[in-house]
Design a protein. Structure first.
Length: 165
């Protein structure tokens, strides 16, 4: 079984430390030795990147399939709503409240009582006072960029991220 990238990297570091601790070796010998150890590391890194690309394409394909299935599901749900509306319309047209249809029974359930609120007309006495909350981060960041100094707000850089090109 081949060595892992982890093992190859550890070996590279170990050999590098040994070579740099020997005072009699010239820099060219050290460089050539380290370059020979880099080749399998580069191959492992390339294979790892290829696997990452494969997983990315798989994830992308699955996301697209999920979108396609969601759209198909929505179409089916719309068909169901249309058929239910059709049955409802036909029963109302016949003025029928219950209907036996083979192994199925159709009937109406009394609608539930709900409260609707027109907030434009609702008197102030029925509003709940809200605690103040800070502006959004985007607005605060914009103000910092404009040079405003705001206590408790600062801009920090996230850690560098490995990028594959």
């Amino acid at each position: 079984m081949g060595e892992t990238l982890y093992q190859l990297t550890d070996e590279f570091i170990r050999v590098k430390d040994i070579l740099e601790s020997h005072e009699g070796l010239d820099q060219e010998t050290i460089n050539e030795t380290l370059e020979s150890l880099e080749a399998p590391i580069q191959a492992k890194a390339e294979n790892t990147i290829k696997y990452i690309k494969h997983l990315e394409s798989l994830a992308s394909a699955q996301k697209e399939e999920a979108k396609r299935l969601a759209a198909r599901s929505k179409t089916i749900e719309n068909n169901i709503e249309g058929l239910l509306s059709y049955l409802d319309h036909q029963m109302q047209k016949m003025n029928v409240k219950e209907l036996e249809a083979g192994i199925f029974s159709l009937g109406y359930r009394k609608g539930s009582l709900v409260t609707e609120v027109d907030i434009q007309k609702l008197p102030a006495a029925y509003w709940i006072p809200q605690d103040p909350k800070p502006m959004g981060k985007a607005e605060l960041a914009k103000r910092l960029k404009e040079g405003e100094v705001i206590e408790g707000v600062s801009r920090v850089r996230n850690a560098d991220k490995l990028v594959i090109k």
